[in-house]
Design a protein around this ligand. Structure first.
Ligand code: UT7
Length: 336
């Protein structure tokens, strides 16, 4: 009897062409290339050019993911897009991507779980496909941070970390017993208690009489605020915890995994996590030095780049783990 599973059948990514180096940021705020590299591992990131939108990034990433799966946009049953930097308050960015892909009535929705957004969306797609609701779901992580950060000394702790980019995967039904491709196990967590430790307060529909006012803008409350050290400490605790939980639920061992992909928030966080778990550096792939933190885009960009470089391929066992605002965190182990 064939068992219906869901697998990742293709991955693609797109980052804007405009490279912004640490030296360029030095000209905008009181920071140094040395500080940024030492604390985060980042050397440069990408920013959109004038006129370039989140939907542009999402569209290109989706087209590349579909191409790598050997599919056309018309083959897609649903688009799930994770973002914390939506193109508009509403409707979601996924609706603009759908239009760009030339699709007329394919269902789509945005999912908000910040830097863990891609793992939340992957988990949702896995369930939808396994249950038989859909055969092929496009899962996208897409961020344009550069238009929403405070590029002055006041905002430097957050601003130097973020970059723009999008990654996408195709989650497809697999009923072929000879094909090992499968999203094996996903684990998600959240802790709203810490929602304000890393957040953007405005615009807020909880604020009356209007969602944003001059006072909020003058106080720069429309920019992200982060308690960096607090977030760091939680990330290095929660990521190993959920990674071990995920592998153990799947009866897999750390040594079984071919490649670990960690959310690209800070190279130091990931080195610490890998060190704690005894994961050798050659089993981790990073691109934070080139792209910075692309939040929901980071993990799918990493996966797509790893497969483009031949670091993983059909049959590889990949473990993806992330942590971010919410707090939210999660892990997924997949056989490609
Ligand atoms: O993706 C979502 C999840 N996000 C994360 O996981 C990020 C977690 N946090 C971090 O990665 C780190 O906390 C940071 C990289 C953000 C900061 O590193 P840190 O070692 O925790 O530095 P800090 O915030 O304790 O700041 C140390 C000093 C401060 O100066 P004083 O008070 O010691 O004089 C900051 O004002 O560094 C200063 N600082 C900077 N200096 C130069 C903060 N940002 C910068 C900067 N350039 N960009």
């Amino acid at each position: 009897m064939t068992t219906r599973r869901a697998k990742i059948s293709g991955a693609g990514f797109y980052v804007p062409e405009r490279v912004v180096t640490n030296q360029e940021l030095e000209a905008l705020m009181d920071t140094t290339d040395e500080w940024i590299q030492q604390r985060s591992g980042i050397k440069e990131r990408r920013y959109v050019s004038p006129g370039e939108t989140p939907a542009d990034l999402g569209q290109h990433a989706c087209e590349r993911a579909l191409q790598s799966a050997g599919l056309d946009p018309q083959d897609v049953d649903m688009i799930l897009l994770a973002t914390l930097s939506a193109q508009h308050e509403f409707p979601g960015t996924s609706f603009f991507v759908q239009r760009r892909l030339g699709l007329e009535d394919t269902p789509c929705m945005d999912l908000r779980a910040q830097c863990t957004g891609f793992l939340y969306a992957l988990t949702t797609a896995n369930s939808l496909v396994r249950a038989g609701q859909y055969d092929r779901v496009l899962v996208v992580g897409c961020e344009v941070h550069s238009t929403g950060i405070d590029l002055t000394t006041e905002g430097r702790d957050v601003a130097v970390l973020f970059g723009d980019g999008a990654g996408a995967v195709v989650v497809e039904a697999n009923e072929d017993d000879s094909d090992p491709g499968e999203i094996i196990e996903c684990r998600l967590h959240a802790q709203g208690e810490h929602a304000k430790r890393l957040w953007i307060e405005f615009p807020s529909s909880a604020h009356q009489p209007t969602r944003i006012d001059q006072e909020a803008v003058l106080a720069k409350k429309h920019f992200p605020r982060m308690e960096g050290r607090f977030v760091f400490k939680h990330a290095v605790t929660r990521m190993p915890e959920v990674l071990q939980q995920t592998l153990s639920s799947a009866s897999l061992k750390m040594e079984d995994v071919d490649l670990f992909l960690f959310h690209q928030a800070n190279l130091r966080i990931n080195e610490y996590v890998a060190g704690q778990l005894g994961i050798p550096p050659e089993k981790c792939f990073s691109n934070i030095e080139r792209y910075g933190n692309c939040s929901a885009g980071s993990i799918p960009i990493l996966l797509a780049e790893a497969s483009e470089r031949g670091l993983v391929g059909p049959g590889s066992l990949v473990c993806m783990t992330g942590f971010g605002s919410g707090f939210s965190w999660g892990s997924a182990v997949v056989r490609l």
